[in-house]
Design a protein around this ligand. Sequence first.
Ligand SMILES: [Zn+2]
Length: 399
Amino acid sequence: MTSGETLFSRAKFPDGTMRTLTVSAGRIAAITVGEVVAKDGQQVVDLGGLLILPGFVEGHIHLDTSFFGGKWISHKPCTNGFDVHERVAFQHQNMAIAEPMDVRARKQLELCIANGATAMRSHVMVDGSVGLKSLETILKVRDEYRDRIDIQLVAFPQSGILKSPGTSDLMDQAIGLGADLVGGLDPASFDRDIEGHLNVVFGIAEKRGVDVDIHLHDAGTLGVFTIEQICDRAVALGMQGRVAVSHAYGLGDVQQDMAKRTADRLAKSGVSIMTNAPGAHNFPPIALLRSAGVTVFSGSDNIRDSWWPYGDGDMLGRATMIGYRSGFYTDQELEAAFDIVTSAGATALRLEGYGLVEGAKADFVVLDAEHVPEAVVSAPKSRAVYKAGKLVARNGKLV
Ligand SMILES: [Zn+2]
């Protein structure tokens, strides 16, 4: 039975070998070194000896709040240093003048797909102010793009849980509606009640059997203390490998010995860390975390939104930034930056069938680079993106 199969020939694998992928029903059925003679009914796609990479994992984005592709909305600085409450207030003002959410979400999704993302985790605001409206919109958009990208949605309490009446019930309903994970936001500085906040988050996770991904901007030892509480909860509920802390800025503020101790605790608890290597901000020590065995993954986070004007949806470019900010120079370090936007992301998101291996989904990116380290530093924009063996984007445009 060969009908419907496609041979992707002359694919240069990251180890330099030229191979042929046999793709059947959206999966990699076989990987063969060298050329394979096509049988009757098999289509052949010549990849021209370009480098083949697994699809990129956009592990943290906000599909509901970006203004990308719409009119420019100038960034408004906080009046007295960075303040999450004030930024959330600015976001509400900006959302009122931006294009409809579904239009903005599609533009942002297409940007990410065109850059090579084949899987994504998006946080979507669920709180007393917007209720479940944003989630309902993003669920529809997710469905429209289901053949082009796999999307996990996090019920994200942008206005806090205890501070925003009704939010805990809404987050629970969000899971019933189709959200895949339960989120959280700065339990200490936002709700001023770590225990209360985490009781709700992990209560819903336990009841609904879903994973957890918590935004944690809190600095220094407060951030580290909160991470310890999250680790304890993950262990107590047997949720190792199913909990993530996004940003975890505090890990970048504290002394190395404390960061090391916390890294060991994260590794033991199976709690992963998401960082987008943010601009002028301390961020987690990636090499230290990885060497302790912590899964570190990444995402664009905000793209042209109320938080900052940057972001281009390019996870390979994000690997460049991660490497640049971390002082990664050797091939091994550059490969680590790449791992963060690919395999480690797949581990954190618990993606089924990921990677350039037999049996995996045929999700891959093809571009012109000698190998992974060169791809990370050059991040060539010319690339072809395949989802389930079908070309979905070429040179920055969806096909
Ligand atoms: Zn975020």
